[in-house]
Design a protein around this ligand. Sequence first.
Ligand code: GCO
Length: 444
Amino acid sequence: MASFQLRDILLGVATAATQIEGGDTNNSWYDWYCQGKIKDGSSPLRATDHARLWPEDFDRMRDMGVKTYRMSVEWSRIEPEKGRFDDTALAQYRAMLQRLNDLGIRPLLTLHHFTNPLWFEQMGAFEHPDSTSLFLRYAATVVRALGDLVSDFVTINEPNVYAVQGYLYGLWPPGRRSLAATWRVMARLAECHVRAYPMIHQIRKGMGRTDTQVGVAHHMRAFSPLNPKNPWHRLCARLLSTLFQDRLAQAMLGGHFRFPLPKSKAVKPGAYYDFLGINYYTRSSVRGFADHVRPGVPVNDLGWEIWPEGLIACARSLYKAFPAPIYITENGTCDLEDTFRSRFIYEHLAAIAASDLPIRRYYHWCFADNFEWLEGESARFGLVHVDFATQQRTVKRSGRFYAALIQQNGCDEALYETYAANQSYPSRARIGTSKKSPGTGRIC
Ligand code: GCO
């Protein structure tokens, strides 16, 4: 049975400002690039030049039939110096949101997607006691300025990835390696979300809007014991899931801060979500306190296991604790030559179609190849190919497949045969993983 029908779900694409806009030297990732940390030496200054080319990109989304678009705004553009808000930057985001509305593409706006303004980074970012109020002031400014054009918000993208990469492994800004700081930062981001939740509702209510939806984009991995019969592997899988994602979900969505997350005095238990945003990519096979990939499994070009069942397993476990409509706020794969992305999309959407969960949106990560953090321009996740030197865009075969899926709101046999049936996954990574990134030495 190769066909499936999707019901009650909006299909869309996702991006993040720093990964696409280009032209901004005032954020923590440009600084990270200057420190020579990007594996291929590429810079977020170039990215996909979306700050200039967005009208063309939006037209392409419309042509592909995209129903909803998850994008983020860049804090360092909106508040370039502490307390100084830039009307021109806000006007540009207004123009973008207006255009999306005109095109009939429903925006979902992320307020924080990994990057900070330099002034905020330099004062200690989310480790600083003032960071919550500074984030809330920024968030309030954005919602006041744009809230008549957008009703759906993601406050913060993947607090666990941000905290672990930046404060535990030291691979991302600010390059710290402290377990205590990791929990502090995770808890602080959770507090920021919990306090932003009623604030965003209130601001939009003041504008006469009652259709507000606020959530987080929670990165979830399917943690499985490498050997399910081994009790140690089972214990480690449970523990890793608890520490990396479950406690954080309890804090962000339910206001319950439990060990190891430090308590937040400003937060009371409650329900701080209108939808469950889940970013899902892969499974971690566990036999100790680190990620592994089981031998012989299908992987993408970064070596991440491809395991569609995991999407449903993650969504089910979150939904059990926090019943609400589910938005898959990110799902996609690094496929340099676009030789297996269509199969990846097919299998993940087929799993969604077969599940009994209320999955109401699916955002493919990502619209076009972009600046993939430590991997720079070397890891391609897009439905649209970008030639970074010329900024020429070309819809990939997988992009045409996704457009056809949107049109059919499902997949019939013919579509499956044309795009996905003959594709097979690699079983070994073709490019290295970000954890091994050597960096290139200071650049600027
Ligand atoms: C993340 C982010 C995206 C990434 C994507 C692919 O999950 O790290 O939200 O910015 O680009 O996940 O790695």
